[in-house]
Ligand binder design. Structure first.
Ligand code: A3P
Length: 965
């Protein structure tokens, strides 16, 4: 896609201002170059003139083929070159591309051929790696992630993890990065693992190291039927055994010609099956540059093909195995691995065999003269589309248009535009931005809608269908990071229901791209195919044609189709004019997928496709908002009106009833600290990360924080780069109990800083399952402040709070009845009990936060100390936030006798205390409830004590008491 600068150039060209001739540009370029040359030559003799003329001619040729600007197609260049053609024919397919879809359902396969009972097993892989950093181990894990398979990693050589959960197995496949680690397991562990595999009828997949000299001409004895192998072998020309029962997704379609790669060098292990349990899955022939390969093949096997992947059907010991003679550098092994996992898991870990594909051609009218579609290009698209429909039934290219640039080409190209419109019913369509301006640059909904309307009016006028419910945005702008104006305008003008982006959560790694739904618009993940606006000639493809071919013939693009059930690819008009790389790429890859796999390629209109996607991945509907400033690509397409400076730097996370309002109030007294603006629904709390508000999006959240302000009078410094230790020792706390804290100097001088520190307090964040993950995604460097009091007292205070708020259940049941609600109790009562008790399981809740945030970012305050000595607590909090100079709370807070709590000093005789709802008077807790809670929280309090010790925190007095009682 082009940006708005590009759009301006196009405008200029249309008005004749930018259409300078190629010759003029060439001579301008040459004159600069020549001038430099002349300065060096000093004298210009006749001979040198001749030399210069020859040089100029040569330079023109060079300029024509790789000079600037890249978008212009010089005529000379056109004469010298040919565009790539799809010559590939799959030898095992008929000319119409028909193929017999014949493969075995792995669910019906059982080791040794018997018909075993299917046991309950989690669909999860147990992956044994050499080390946590080993290359093949990481490749294996990445492949599993890409195919959305759950796995657990273990380092080989350590003890085995727990394999079963009662009657249920925990793993459906055992995968060894190094198969010899399986063979060399000590007898005890080997027995456990083999017994598990045999009992649950699951298999083992492993990779043989290929450079191990000890295995040259060796015998793998440590299995029921020994297997002869050879290592350090170079091989070429791989092909598959079409009757292997391992093959499911993979089809024995062709021969991969040439020497076969492996890592770290191109040496392989090959197998010599010598028992009926072994069967070849993949084969190859020896390869030795300039000579005969040295093999140690047993007699009788010398002239037969070398087996590179072997299947053990489990005839000898009831365990199926698939052993690979090389890693995943060879692309075919990636497919075979998916099949090996399916085979060994008896179909529990089988990927779907349907692949949905949607190919967008965006910017259909956007492009400089000389790069646009001509009539012949449009005809080529129509012909190719017909051809593709034989392989992908119903296939149609999906065209995106910015109508402002209609008829911006020369006569031939304008005729191309006309031919597209004449055939508009043969394509799917989507409206792009009328003028190709990125939506995040709009801050006015009306203007954005007006521009969209212009595009829609053009569509109606020219017979382009407007009801596909799909759109994409230039450079993903406004889609992610979300610009709500775009979503609103799309809905109102086009009734957009689906869009797609490569940017969620990030462009790379591609395997982690996901979809989400925002404001009723489904955002599909988009895959990359290696073609961009400017990749229009094959010899200017980065890395040359061989690089593009590598991606098509088994490489990145091919694997993208294999691994993703739903593929949405973005291409551009310029990829279909010029060298027509779009057609070459997709016709080739689809043919190759057809040849090498049993995948059924299908297509669907975008809305149906998106519905399918979110049905397949229901967990992906809710987004996880990341921090736009942490990804340079995201920052570029984030509105300049929005800034990460208006995100909070620390969160007070609760739990409720521990003194969070008092802390919030004291914080807002600080001249350097600002809270969020109040919410009409939830008052001082935004409650963004925990509930429905989160789905309103980041724009909504940002509105609660004032834009950055410069403090005129204070000169406060803070540092959020380093967190100081939290929860000071008892001695420290006591030292400040009654005194105004003396301010020790900081060890590190933080940089001067004159911005307010923003924070947010939502007490319900503490125990919500989703909040730590969401908070970390948006605010990974935020500091967290939590306040703890005795969990029993907290539960009682919460119950009283609910009664004071006229909660009918709390009013109808005593505290004890709430605490002791059980399975037979009304649901409302059980729910109230959970809400009352769960936050007090402090250790469990804190562990969840600590699985996302490092302990240095967490400050645990003692709520009882906050009540009795808020000055000391505020001092500690300021140190944790690294604020300098410290604000002296000793003159700002005073104990109020009638309230019974510390309050804000207003004047010599007046205090401002928290409202009646804080520091209520209610009857003390009854004995039964106290005893009940004592026992209920016992294990949780012990866990908290352990956690605090682990974090090197002091143990608050109330916890000591609770543990003693
Ligand atoms: P009670 O009302 O049960 O006494 P939260 O603000 O998190 O809901 O916590 C309310 C609790 O804060 C009150 O519970 C009270 O005990 C405690 N608290 C601590 N310092 C306070 C203060 N200075 N003023 C009022 N309440 C305070």
């Amino acid at each position: 896609m082009l940006d708005e600068e590009h759009a301006r150039i196009l405008d200029k060209r249309k008005s004749g201002g930018g259409g300078g001739s190629r010759v003029l540009r060439f001579f301008l370029w040459l004159s600069c170059w020549g001038w430099n040359l002349r300065r060096r030559l000093h004298l210009v003799t006749a001979k040198r003139w001749l030399f210069l003329v020859i040089l100029a001619t040569t330079a023109y040729v060079i300029y024509s083929s790789c000079g600037k600007p890249a978008q212009v197609h010089p005529p000379l260049y056109g004469l010298m070159r040919t565009r790539p053609e799809v010559l590939y024919r799959c030898p095992t397919l008929s000319s119409s591309g028909e193929r017999m879809r014949k493969y075995i359902d792995h669910a019906t396969i059982s080791a040794g051929g018997g018909n075993r009972v299917r046991m309950k097993i989690d669909p999860k892989v147990l992956l044994f790696v050499e080390t946590t950093f080993s290359k093949l181990g990481r490749d294996l894990a990445e492949l599993l992630v890409h195919n959305r398979m759950k796995y657990k990693v273990e380092v080989s050589g350590k003890s085995l993890p727990v394999l079963r959960n009662g009657e249920k197995g925990r793993f459906s496949t055992i995968l060894f990065e190094n198969y010899t680690k399986y063979l060399s397991l000590d007898e005890w562990n080997r027995n456990i693992l083999d017994k598990y595999c045999a009992e649950f009828d699951i298999g083992i997949v492993g990779f043989m190291p290929s450079r191990d000299e000890t295995f040259v001409g060796a015998e793998l004895r440590n299995t029921a039927a020994s297997l002869l192998i050879d290592t350090n072998v170079r091989i070429k020309d791989a092909y598959l055994n079409p009757s292997s029962s391992v093959l499911r997704l993979t089809r024995a379609g062709d021969i991969v010609r040439g020497p076969l790669p492996n890592e770290p060098s191109d040496l392989w292990t090959v197998f010599y099956p010598n028992h009926t349990t072994y069967e070849a899955v993949s084969m190859a022939t020896p390869f030795q540059e300039g000579g005969e390969a040295e093999l140690h093949a047993p007699p009788g096997t010398v002239n037969i093909p070398l087996v590179t992947v072997v299947q053990d059907k489990g005839e000898a010991d009831g365990i199926r195995r698939v052993i690979f003679g090389a890693g995943l550098k060879f692309w075919l092994h990636r497919l075979l691995l998916l099949d090996a996992i399916s085979y060994s898991s008896r179909g529990r870990l089988s990927v779907s065999l349907k692949r949905y594909i949607l190919i967008d051609i965006d910017d259909i009218f956007v492009g400089e003269r000389g790069t646009r579609l001509k009539k012949s290009d449009v005809e080529a698209i129509l012909t190719a589309q017909e051809g593709l429909r034989r392989l992908v039934p119903g296939f149609k290219f999906n065209l995106g248009f910015s109508a402002k640039y209609f008829h911006f080409g020369d006569d031939e190209e304008n005729a191309g535009d006309d031919l597209i419109l004449e055939n508009s019913d043969k394509f799917m369509w989507f409206g792009h931005m009328w003028n190709h301006i990125q939506p995040h640059l709009y801050s006015n909904l009306t203007q954005l809608m007006l521009d969209m309307m212009k595009n829609k009016d053009f569509a109606k006028e020219h017979g382009i269908p407007t009801d596909f419910g799909y759109s994409v945005s230039p450079h993903h702008s406004g889609v992610y990071p979300v610009h709500d104006l775009l979503f609103d305008a799309w809905k109102k003008v086009w009734n957009v229901k689906v869009t797609s982006t490569e940017e969620y959560p990030h462009l790379r790694p591609a395997r982690l791209r996901r979809g989400f739904i925002h404001r009723g618009i489904m955002v599909l993940p988009r895959q990359t195919c290696g073609l961009f606006t400017h990749t229009i000639f094959i010899d200017r493809y980065p890395g040359g044609q061989s690089k593009l071919d590598e991606s098509i013939w088994g490489g990145e693009l091919f694997q993208s189709v294999v691994y993703n059930s739903i593929n949405v690819f973005m291409t551009h008009m310029s990829n279909y004019g010029n060298d027509r790389l779009g057609l070459y790429t997709f016709e080739s890859v689809i043919k190759y997928v057809q040849c090498w796999t049993n995948l059924q390629m299908v297509t669907l209109p975008p809305v149906l496709l998106a519905e399918k996607y979110f049905k397949m991945h229901p967990d992906e509907g809710d987004p996880i908002w990341g921090n736009p400033c942490d990804d340079p690509r995201h920052r570029k397409i984030w509105s300049s009106n929005k800034t990460c400076d208006s995100l909070p730097q620390f969160l007070v996370i609760g739990p409720q009833k521990t003194g969070t309002t008092a802390l919030y109030t004291f914080l807002t007294m600080h001249p350097a600290i600002s809270s969020n603006k109040p919410s009409p629904e939830t008052f001082e709390e935004v409650q963004f990360f925990n509930g429905k508000n989160y789905l309103r999006g980041l724009d909504w959240y940002l509105k609660f924080f004032a834009s950055e302000e410069v403090l005129p009078t204070t000169n406060v410094t803070t540092s959020f780069a380093h967190a100081s230790s939290s929860f000071a020792s008892d001695d420290d706390a006591n030292a400040h109990h009654n005194a105004v804290p003396t301010l020790p100097p900081f060890h590190e001088e933080p940089p001067p800083h004159t911005k307010r520190i923003l924070f947010e307090k939502s007490a319900t964040y503490f125990d919500n399952e989703l909040v730590p993950k969401r908070a970390h995604a948006l605010l990974p460097r935020a500091k967290l402040v939590t306040i703890l009091i005795s969990p029993a007292k907290r539960a009682h205070s919460w119950y009283q709070h609910m009664r004071a708020h006229n909660d009918s259940v709390a009013l109808n049941y005593t505290f004890y009845e709430v605490l002791t609600a059980s399975v037979g109790s009304p649901k409302v009562l059980r729910d109230l009990r959970n809400r009352c008790l769960n936050p007090g399981r402090y250790a469990q809740n804190l562990e969840r936060w600590l699985s996302y945030f490092p302990p240095q970012q967490l400050l645990i305050l003692d709520g009882e100390e906050l009540r009795d000595d808020p000055v000391a607590v505020m001092y500690r909090l300021q140190r944790f936030l690294q604020i300098q100079p410290l604000f002296d709370y000793s003159t700002k807070l005073r104990y109020d006798r009638s309230k019974g709590f510390y309050c804000q000093v207003i004047s010599q005789n007046r205090n401002k205390c928290l409202g009646r709802s804080k520091g209520r008077h209610y009857p003390p807790m009854d004995d039964r409830s106290e005893k009940y809670l004592q026992s209920y929280y016992k294990s949780h309090n012990s866990a908290l004590e352990k956690l605090l010790r682990r974090l090197d925190h002091s143990i608050p007095p109330w916890l000591r008491e609770d543990l003693i009682e």
